[in-house]
Design a protein around this ligand. Sequence first.
Ligand code: GDP
Ligand code: MG
Length: 439
Amino acid sequence: MLETIVALATPPLRSALAIVRFSGEDCFNVVSRFFSKDLTSYTKNSIIHGFIKDNDEVVDEVVLLLYKSPRSFTGEDSIEIITHGSPLIFNKVIKLALENGARMATPGEYSNRAYMNGKLDLIQAESINDLINAETDESKKISMNALLGETSKLIYPLKQEIGDLLSNIEANIDYSEYTDIIDLDNEKIVEICKVIVQKIDNLIKNGYKGKIIKDGINVAIIGKPNVGKSSLLNALVGENKAIVTDIKGTTRDIVEGKINLNGIILNLYDTAGIRESDDYIESIGINKSKNILNKADLVIALFDNENFDEEDKEILKLTQDKLTIRVFNKSDLNNYSNDKLYISALNKDISKLKNEILKVLGISKENYDNPSLANERDIGLLISCQNELNKVIELSSTTSIDLLVEHIKSAYLKILSITGEDYDFDMAKEIFSRFCLGK
Ligand SMILES: Nc1nc2c(ncn2[C@@H]2O[C@H](COP(=O)(O)OP(=O)(O)O)[C@@H](O)[C@H]2O)c(=O)[nH]1
Ligand SMILES: [Mg+2]
């Protein structure tokens, strides 16, 4: 029997009300030991008024929400006690719970139990944290789609198609005497794999875009000294965060700012101008700039005119492998060409840059509205699945079918892991669920 767990579900602060939450087969018993009514006879979800009691002392007058398994979040018997929001009260309730057979829940344990009891798949379970941490409406929507199970539906077709392929091949090998099985040769297998690889490709692309909407991106502003990086950060965040002077080497430490651009959180990093420097402190700053550059999802490489000198060329070299927007600042001073992206950080004339950021991220209305597999873990598993199928395609002409099947099986398991169904995978069950073999 799983232990009864207890935790405070609301912030540990003084407030009007607080919620202490319990889950576990024995939880009606546990709570009855310090509640004014016996809860063990309840067989339906109920709202109950009563008193928390420490022997004869009344600790609080409360409302208790009682959930009878399986009709609860975790799928187990569960209780939520709504107490008055005094730390003295809710801490006392937790203490009584611990003294009467409950233990503190570990982080995520309620969701974990919900997953173990089949109430949520892994995509849904992961979305709860994202939902709580969402900073924009757009991000919240991505997580809500996941919680409602819409995101999980994205992988159903893959599961079906790879599962069918796998079962067909296995059935060909193991049950070749049955006539209702379609004959599959390597060529046909490759054809099917190619179609699936393409579908996974789309899911990965949309997943990355969803991830940008959900988590935001890190944007580094780099350039040689005095091109206007700090002025640009200030213009973007709309306040004077970074010190601006015409003295080279003014910015030494990283200055951070955060903005919401069309629902996408940009974590902006203004960096020390990159140049050869003898100044000890400045050179530490320059190294920090290079580290930030490595971590950035997007780089704004800033220049103050189109005649690149050696220092500018160094910047170009550093950004070679990065998603980079080249921006020319000080449009108010330059005769500029229309085919380049010019801004004036000083005059806060930066709308063209904002549009360009949205353009290079390639995010459209669909990405905001539709579900996407927007978690690192999910995208990673999609990539591994795709790698397995690509191996099938690559090896098909030189490898026998029973070796190819191993890669297809791995691909299938990766897909199952996304929703967390891989733990009870059984090949024979898979085959029998698709065919009427041995009837
Ligand atoms: N005329 C003009 N001057 C600018 C512009 N942006 C920045 N500056 C000036 O350039 C100098 C260096 O700016 P700063 O933002 O400190 O550059 P950083 O070293 O790259 O961070 C300051 O004197 C700014 O006022 C601009 O768009 N136009
Ligand atoms: Mg600066």
